[in-house]
Design a protein around this ligand. Sequence first.
Ligand SMILES: N[C@@H](CCC(=O)N[C@@H](CS)C(=O)NCC(=O)O)C(=O)O
Length: 222
Amino acid sequence: MALEIFWFSGSGFAWRAVLAAELKGVPYTSRLIEASAGDHRTPEFLAMNPRGKVPVLRDGDVVVTESMAILAYLDRRFPEPPLFGRTEEETARIWRIALDFDNNAAHHFTDLILPIFFGRVAERREQMDAALEAVRDELAALEATLSRSTWLAGDTLSAADIAVYPSIEVLLRAAGKPEAQPLDLRLLPFEKTHPALAAWRQRIQALPGYDGAYPPHWREAA
Ligand SMILES: N[C@@H](CCC(=O)N[C@@H](CS)C(=O)NCC(=O)O)C(=O)O
């Protein structure tokens, strides 16, 4: 049986797993589940991931949770093209970028984005203003990196790009919502505010397989 990936449409962490599988051309069965239906709270799902979170990869008897662990698993199982570099230095750089993003940046993106999607801007305004400052700093650092190199970790697409990309997409989707207007985000048009990041985004979107990972409900709403 092909390996399975359990994911929610629009979850940035889950998008990483599906995007990695698609970009590597891995055969997999998509298990698109619904948060609103509580699919991640069933006994069957909690047996795979007691934290009740996506993504989850199941490959026969092997179950992997945590998006970066899933990327690492896919990369060992289907080594070409590698997502974690070919040398120890590249591997370390890629992990450093991905872990740095998860440990220091991702929660600021979440703090800014979720109140927009859930209609909580007024009540979360203070937290969001602080998150916006932090997100601006993170975007500036990414912009500087991508002004010097094609991909986040150098000349080749890697797990670092796949780790960061969904958060940028989810941020831009949130920024375009009417609920975001009172915030004065000043992120759009992105090609003007962050030209190197915008060009990187286009490079990722042009990759074969990209469309297969695109959140289905975003497509429907477009
Ligand atoms: N560190 C985890 C985070 C996974 C995560 O937070 N997933 C969210 C969706 S973006 C989720 O499943 N939330 C459901 C819930 O907490 O009830 C990873 O990288 O996989």
